[in-house]
Design a protein around this ligand. Structure first.
Ligand SMILES: Cc1ncc(COP(=O)(O)O)c(C=O)c1O
Length: 404
């Protein structure tokens, strides 16, 4: 391990060099996007009809093309009749689901959440944009510690079981953002079977990284079946998209749920839109052909980004492995590495990094209200920078951790 004066000197050298580095962008890099360029040319000029004769250039087709449902339902672990294909963003679907529940309630309990001082359970560290949706709608957030196999279920059951205001929980159940955790079967079963005080309690199951493995895929139990087995099939809303399969922001978003939930949602959709972008759905169907090809495509993504994850964890291990100054996740998939400094040091690391030209995800963003109670979590996003940039950024980050 380098002595402190060397660390200081190296940090100063980088700081005065005017470096511009960024580890905060959880998005695909150009090489990954290039994998899907075929989407731009795969439809001929006369190929605009869906299998049922629908002209995809025109209005209609509220909840998705049948062949798009057929292609994508396995990604959400639901049947082809248990999925709605939406527009380009799953986050948008989540926002709409929460917004509608706030104004009109949910299927079976059509009482607006907004009138009931709603509370959401927020496993943390978690995805900042989930928390932003709650903040936007004035939903109180209660952080729930993320354990090695998912949220602390004793706490979840206890709080949801005793307070009728608790209406929901955010879950990123596979390769979680940012911890990389995949929920265990036990956690999934408990979520499906728990007895919340509110009968309009819902699980927001954001399976954004369902097929985004870096190597051997981890198994995630099918939550809709688990809910059904427990007699609670209307409890869960499942979300996903091809944002990090094809084009981020120009992919296809989808939602899975029970038949009753989907029928309820379709009624709202019919007021909200005349229909989604069916041409994009058709393009995705034509480009991939079948689900197996999507999985093969994801192996190509993994081949591009895994070396970056290996670089980050390798450098962390080499520099900090034995000194106890930090701990970090070793994710088997997803887009992030979650780094914990010693308590009270993350903001200091962030400031040191910023002063030397390295942008990190804002400390606190991975917690409700932007407040990391221990001031220790830093989210590293290895996918976007090149290997070379990542190496430089990591060198600087390691110096900042030592200095802090
Ligand atoms: C957990 C999670 N959900 C949703 C999204 C956004 O998905 P979409 O592009 O489908 O809106 C992201 C993007 O980073 C994410 O990390």
């Amino acid at each position: 391990m380098k002595d402190l004066s060397t660390v200081r000197a190296e940090y100063e050298k980088i700081r005065s060099s005017g470096a511009r580095l960024d580890m905060s962008r959880g998005k695909p890099n150009k090489e990954q996007l290039d994998l899907s360029n075929g989407l731009l040319t795969c439809l001929r000029e006369d190929e605009f009809k869906a299998s049922d004769g629908t002209d995809c250039r025109n209005y209609g087709g509220l909840d998705g093309l049948p062949e798009a449902k057929q292609l994508l339902h396995r990604m959400l672990d639901v049947g082809p009749d248990e999925i709605i294909i939406g527009g380009n963003s799953s986050l948008n679907l989540m926002f709409d689901m929460v917004g509608h529940a706030m104004l009109r309630g949910v299927y079976g309990v059509e009482k607006p959440w907004a009138a009931q001082k709603p509370v959401f359970l927020c496993p943390a560290p978690g995805y900042d944009r989930h928390f932003a949706i709650c903040e936007h709608f004035g939903i109180e957030m209660l952080p729930i510690p993320m354990l090695k196999d998912g949220p602390d279920m004793d706490l979840v059951e206890d709080i949801a079981g005793s307070d009728v205001k608790v209406k929901g929980i955010w879950c990123t159940p596979k390769y979680s953002n940012p911890t990389g955790v995949t929920y265990s079967d036990e956690v999934v079963r408990r979520l499906a079977a728990m007895k919340p005080k509110a009968d309009d309690f819902r699980i927001f199951w954001d399976n954004a990284y369902a097929i985004h493995s870096l190597g051997t895929p981890e198994d995630l139990m099918d939550i809709l079946s688990a809910c059904r087995d427990a007699g609670n099939e209307d409890r869960v809303f499942i979300f996903g998209s091809t944002s990090k399969v094809t084009f981020a922001g120009a992919g296809v978003a989808m939602m899975g749920a029970s038949t009753a939930n989907l029928n309820f949602i379709r009624k709202r959709l019919s007021k909200q839109t005349i229909g989604p972008d069916k041409v994009n759905q058709l393009r995705h169907v034509k480009f991939f052909g079948n689900y197996e090809n999507i999985l093969k495509h994801m192996e190509k993504h993994a081949a591009i980004i895994k070396p970056k994850f290996d670089l980050v964890t390798g450098m962390l291990e080499q520099e900090l492995g034995s000194c106890g100054l930090a701990s970090w996740s070793q994710p088997a998939g997803g887009y992030f590495i979650s780094l914990n400094t010693l308590p009270g040091k993350a903001k200091k690391v962030y400031d040191l990094a910023a002063a030397a030209g390295l942008v990190l995800t804002r400390v606190g963003d991975t917690f409700p209200y932007g407040k990391d109670p221990e001031d220790q979590n830093i989210r590293i996003a290895p996918t976007f920078p090149s290997l070379e940039e990542m190496e430089k950024a990591m060198e600087l980050l390691l110096l900042c951790i030592r200095l802090a």
